[in-house]
Design a binder for this molecule. Structure first.
Ligand code: HEM
Length: 372
């Protein structure tokens, strides 16, 4: 018998399987051997069962045994031909996947939940034993009641999986089939913006503590998040304008501009700009000096490079979002707030740290002077 954990596929050591109260061993499939063997174990009655797509009640029987259940007495199976899988609950409520093949005797303890299904070979012939003398070998199943649901795994608990999925409109309530392509990017953007804003806040703290390498790294991570957000906008473009019109009329009453995360994102310049100013003051330089002599102020140059990038990628998002809205609604169409879609382009011109950009202009003017 092969035993692995169903959730990880890791092999379960034999000692653990036995510690779970599960008995298994190899016994010869010749009746002259297994018969006296089972009688000695006090399992005198048996019942032969074959399961394969050829048997007439295959579907019904498959559905019955795949439902998690247990019995008042131990379940004793001896595989004669083919193979099958018993998934048995461990004491810590995981599934142990036990695959039996010819010669495998398996005893599942009484009142232990389990379920059964065939492997790809789709065939098993096995014997089902009963300890009680005179019984017909059948064991009555008790199905795991709905009020006793399969407990969530630790992964599901940690990620709050069920709560998360409950946020999505159920398939039969979706206004259009692609509703998730609109809804999920909004949800995930809200979460990723929290990561981005946290990185910026920590970058600002590092800048005040004169830890420039750390600050630069944090801003670079914020840039990575913004790039993710740009990439996922493309998916919403796959909703057809026709479906989007339905979605907009029947389900979407909001305005993305009211997203709290987005509003805070537009404010990050208010903490980044003074932090840059303080660094420059401490070093006795200004931004133009750093642009002019990057190698002399390399740590400041690297940090500013990340802030430039962040500023640029926020605008890239706003431009990509304008393109999305333009594709779905048309540039002159009016938003529910009465503004034309093309007005989103103004936002794509908004710079979070304008001081950086005017310093570049100034630098270029200085450099160009006398070059023309
Ligand atoms: C089918 C896709 C989408 C369409 C047609 C669309 C349309 C629009 C329109 C027309 C506005 C302007 C509202 C106004 O100011 O009156 C807007 C704003 C906004 N939407 Fe969307 N949107 C779409 C998808 C998304 C997605 C996936 C997000 C993800 C977070 C999002 C977030 C925002 C934000 C943050 C704003 C404010 C943008 C800015 O001021 O630059 N939108 N959207």
């Amino acid at each position: 018998m092969r035993a692995v954990w169903s959730d990880t596929d890791d092999v379960i050591p034999e000692t653990r399987v036995r510690a779970e109260g599960i008995h298994f061993q190899k016994v010869d499939t010749v009746p002259e051997i297994w018969r006296p063997f089972m009688e000695a174990l006090d399992y005198p009655k048996f019942h032969e069962s074959t399961l394969s797509p050829e048997v007439p009640d295959f579907e019904a029987r498959t559905q019955k045994v795949i439902r998690e259940h247990c019995h008042e007495q131990p379940e004793v199976r001896f595989c004669l031909e083919g193979e099958g899988v018993f998934e048995i609950r461990s004491t810590d409520d995981r599934f142990m996947k036990c695959t039996v093949e010819p010669g495998d005797l398996l005893i599942i303890p009484a009142r232990r939940y389990h379920r059964f299904y065939l492997t790809e070979r789709a065939y098993i012939r096995h014997l089902m034993f009963s300890k009680v003398r005179g019984a017909d070998g059948q064991v009555v199943p008790q199905y795991r009641a709905p009020k006793d649901p399969i407990p969530p795994t630790r992964y599901e608990e940690y990620t709050r999986y069920a709560e998360l999925l409950a946020l999505l409109p159920p398939a039969d309530e979706r206004i259009v089939p692609d509703q998730l392509l609109f809804f999920v990017p909004h949800l995930t953007t809200a979460l990723w913006l929290e990561v981005l804003l946290d990185d910026v806040a920590r970058a600002v703290a590092a800048m005040h503590g004169d830890r420039l390498a750390e600050a630069g790294d944090r801003v670079a991570r914020a840039v990575m998040v913004e790039k993710l957000l740009v990439a996922q906008l493309e998916l919403s473009e796959r909703i057809t304008p026709k479906d989007f019109a339905v979605l907009r009329q029947k389900a979407y009453a909001g305005n993305g501009a009211d997203s709290p995360g987005f509003r805070r994102l537009l404010e990050v310049g208010k903490s980044l700009a003074p932090a840059v100013e303080r660094i420059c003051a401490r070093r006795g330089v200004d931004i133009v000096t750093v642009l002019r002599e990057p190698s002399a102020h390399y740590d400041v140059h690297v940090l500013l490079r990340s802030i430039f990038e962040l500023d640029g990628w926020i605008r890239t998002w706003r431009y990509a979002h304008f393109r999305l809205a333009e594709r779905q609604l048309g540039p002159e169409a009016l938003s529910k707030q009465g503004r034309p879609v093309a007005a989103l382009l103004e936002g794509a011109e908004f710079r979070i740290v304008p001081e950086l950009w005017s310093a570049v202009t100034k630098f270029t003017e200085e450099m160009s002077y006398g070059l023309d």
